[in-house]
Design a protein around this ligand. Structure first.
Ligand SMILES: Cc1ncc(COP(=O)(O)O)c(C=O)c1O
Length: 457
């Protein structure tokens, strides 16, 4: 049964609970209904086209409408739609695990699948706790993560998340989440604001100070994204990850590279850790591994972390029914084939400077304070006063982002994200197939909407 646009609206308003969505904002206006996609574009139920500047939700790496991925799903579902990884294997999960182990840096050779990023983050925490118990360090359970960093929404992942505003409703959360500073150089403390490398050393050393403050023997892991999404694409200062690695080694703490966004080409590499030259103990992934043609997540862990679970009765007592789902695994393999065949990493590396330069043009606007990011992943911070970097009050931010920008950008044909969970930013992460014509389209839409936004302040 195909519903008309009006029927879709009525049914959505009556039955569909949208995620992280203020439902009241649709009490008068229409809910956007996206019905199909092709390449970097998506189309709504009225046929209007939008440039997908956020790859859905940092997901659609290869773009929309790739029939070979749909065919891989169909073939797998016909052959074996489902079987669990609880005591069994199936060929797609086996092949995908091998392929990911080959792509991942160093001795990250063991793949534990999940269905989502939150589950991956939470699985890594569970593994860290269970691992330390088995190697005779049972007091280690705390996890460090950065201010504003988003690591997911299930209770454990939420405890790792550094956004207090999305946690209050659900407290008390599992104990052990500890915050350290992020790497927002635009708003670096004054004493290190003149030198990014110095800022990086300070930010990394804050991790050491937190470990000591908490008692090193209680700390299990540090979770860091290669480029931190929430807050607006905070790139790591030069040397930051190398210093963090040293600190983790010094105190026996695991380094978890949360690459739910940054893996699979977002930064021009299969894994962000490669781009910044550090060796994690665990990589968590989801989103781009299938380009969203089917859900999948997981963690890739060093051989050493699995060793205590390889003998006798030892078992990692953790599992998820749909983890490593055959259809998702087959889709992920087909997705990686597209990466290779179409040289998507090469496309990102060849074009990222052009993307950056195009967005940098926007800095002539009075509202644009900073453009930052890497690869195909950028944040544009909006300010009230460029000279002083003064940000907007909560009320202004509410009016500007929710009241105007989010809708205006979408109406102008651009899917992106206006986010005020830290300072107000616009986030961009288009499919990896985008080229200069798409960057120009993004810039033109942003220019006209941000120019109008300035008149509304
Ligand atoms: C860095 C990071 N970790 C974890 C998650 C949670 O992933 P999911 O929404 O698939 O549970 C996200 C989601 O955006 C993320 O960006």
């Amino acid at each position: 049964m195909t519903l008309s646009s009006d029927e879709l609206q009525a049914a959505a308003k009556q039955h569909l609970w949208m995620h992280f969505t203020r439902m009241s904002s649709y009490s008068s206006g229409d809910i956007p209904v996206i019905v199909r996609g092709s390449g970097p574009y998506v189309y709504d139920d009225k046929g209007k086209r939008y440039l997908d500047g956020l790859a859905g939700l940092f997901v659609s790496m290869v773009g929309h409408g790739r029939t070979e991925l749909a065919e891989a799903a169909s073939k797998q579902a016909s052959e074996l739609a489902y079987f669990p990884l609880w005591s069994y294997a199936h060929p797609s999960a086996v092949q995908l695990a091998s392929r990911l182990a080959e792509l991942a840096p160093g001795d990250l050779n063991r793949v534990f699948f999940t269905t989502s990023g939150s589950e991956a983050v939470e699985s890594a925490w569970k593994l860290a706790k269970a691992y330390f118990k088995r190697i005779g360090e049972p007091t280690r359970y705390k996890v460090l993560s950065r201010e504003y960093a988003y690591h997911g929404t299930s209770m454990g992942a939420l405890a790792v998340t550094g956004l207090s505003s999305i946690k209050h409703d659900f407290e008390p959360l599992p104990p052990g989440g500890v915050r350290v500073p992020n790497t927002n150089f635009y708003r670096a403390p004054e004493f290190v604001a003149d030198d990014e490398a110095k800022f990086g050393v300070w930010a990394a050393d804050e991790i050491e100070r937190a470990i000591l403050r908490e008692d090193a023997e209680s700390v299990a892991a540090v979770y860091l994204e290669p480029v931190q999404n929430s807050g607006g694409c905070f790139t790591p200062p030069p040397g930051y990850f190398q210093r963090v690695r040293e600190i983790c080694d010094k105190y026996g703490v695991l380094l978890v590279s949360d690459e739910v966004i940054c893996a699979f080409g977002r930064l021009g590499y299969y894994f962000g850790a490669e781009r910044y030259g550090y060796q994690p103990d665990i990589i968590t992934f989801a989103k781009g591994v299938t380009s969203g043609y089917s859900p999948l997540g997981g963690m890739i862990v060093r051989d050493e972390l699995m060793e205590p679970f390889l003998t006798g009765t030892a078992t990692f007592l953790h599992g998820i029914t749909f983890a490593g789902h055959p259809v998702s695994s087959a889709v992920a393999l087909a997705n990686l084939d597209v990466f290779e065949r179409d040289n998507l990493l090469g496309n990102v590396r060849a074009n990222e400077a052009g993307f950056r330069a195009t967005l940098d043009k926007l800095t002539d606007l009075p509202i644009v304070g900073d453009v930052r990011g890497a690869g195909y992943f950028y944040g544009i911070e909006l300010v009230k006063d460029k000279a002083t970097k003064e940000t907007f009050s909560d009320d202004e931010s509410e009016r500007l982002l929710r009241g105007f920008l989010s809708h205006a950008l979408f109406d102008a044909g651009l899917v992106c994200r206006a986010d005020d969970r830290g300072d107000p930013v616009i986030q961009l992460a288009p499919p990896l197939i985008c080229t200069q014509e798409h960057f120009d389209e993004i810039e033109q839409i942003l220019r006209s909407v941000l120019t109008e936004a300035w008149t509304k302040i």
